[in-house]
Design a protein around this ligand. Structure first.
Ligand SMILES: NC(=O)c1ccc[n+]([C@@H]2O[C@H](COP(=O)([O-])OP(=O)(O)OC[C@H]3O[C@@H](n4cnc5c(N)ncnc54)[C@H](OP(=O)(O)O)[C@@H]3O)[C@@H](O)[C@H]2O)c1
Length: 247
């Protein structure tokens, strides 16, 4: 029987958070820095270095696009050279494209899957060799990956796929003592949701038992404890104000 590993969580963990330029990813990076860990923020723009600088000396920013295989290789080599490894990988970068089946384009489908599903797969593949036993992957899912929302084929399919990837890799990477879990935000105030009409927002909030949208900091807090939960892998943690109970 496998023994529970001695608590391998280092005093200062090294995080890599994708999609950390704003929204939920930025809140996750800020919280980890605030609590004393080191964080590498990843986003597509070169401004990510300035965003990181604002979080203090525990943060660095590396520009990379999760849809580009060569960026992942460069990122892994860069972070390996700087820090020697990563203890927490948060696959948070995400893209939403809506449209009913007769409306969305092949490009919408491909771009969404490339960012939300192939991106995390490539990140994990590139970074697992740098992750010591006791490390954690946190994938950021979506309620739409578990329930049918009309007009959300691209996004829903990408996040459902990410759930499948989470389960398979939880089983596969357990032998390396790397845990893989999914945190599922409900309806959160970020740029991604800022273009939703007031009417549509109200309709969603009406379905949320807690009767409000979530804040990025509330999702960050859950990612923090999921990353540190030593006997949790393959789990899905909803942080959605109860939305899933009401669908
Ligand atoms: N907001 C919600 O209600 C909600 C609900 C459920 C799940 N989620 C999930 O939560 C995650 C964060 O969403 P959010 O609401 O914070 O969205 P957001 O405000 O639109 O931020 C998205 C982040 O992803 C980055 N990004 C997008 N494409 C990228 C790529 N190809 N490579 C690298 N980075 C990329 C963006 O950075 P740059 O543009 O600077 O590259 C940005 O930092 C996503 O996975 C989303 O699906 C959000």
């Amino acid at each position: 029987m496998a023994q529970a590993p001695a608590r391998s969580e280092p005093v200062v963990r090294r995080w890599l958070v994708t999609g950390a330029s704003r929204g939920i990813g930025h809140a996750i990076a800020a919280l980890a820095c605030e609590r004393g860990d080191k964080v590498c923020l990843v986003g597509r723009s070169a401004d990510i270095a300035d965003v990181a600088q604002e979080l203090g000396e525990n943060a660095i920013g590396i520009a990379a696009d999760v849809t580009r295989r060569e960026d992942m290789v460069r990122l892994a080599s860069d972070i390996g050279a700087r820090w020697g490894g990563i203890d927490v990988l948060v696959n948070n970068a995400g893209l939403h494209r809506g449209g009913t089946i007769d409306r969305f384009s092949d490009e919408d489908w491909e771009a969404t899957l490339a960012t939300n599903l192939s991106g995390p797969m490539r990140m994990i593949r590139a970074l697992v060799p740098l992750m010591p036993p006791g490390s954690a992957v946190v994938n950021v899912g979506a309620v739409v990956g578990f329930r049918g929302f009309p007009g959300d084929s691209c996004y829903g399919a990408s996040k459902a796929g990410l759930h499948g990837l989470t389960q398979v890799l939880a089983a596969e990477l357990a032998r390396k003592q790397v845990r893989v879990n999914m945190v599922v935000p409900g309806f959160v105030m970020t740029e991604m949701t800022s273009t939703i009409s007031e009417r549509a927002s109200k309709a969603i909030v009406n379905r949320i038992p807690l009767q409000r949208m979530g804040r990025p900091e509330e999702i960050a807090d859950v990612c923090w404890w999921v990353a540190g939960s030593t006997y949790m892998t393959g789990s899905v943690v909803f942080t959605d104000g109860g939305l899933m109970c009401n669908l």
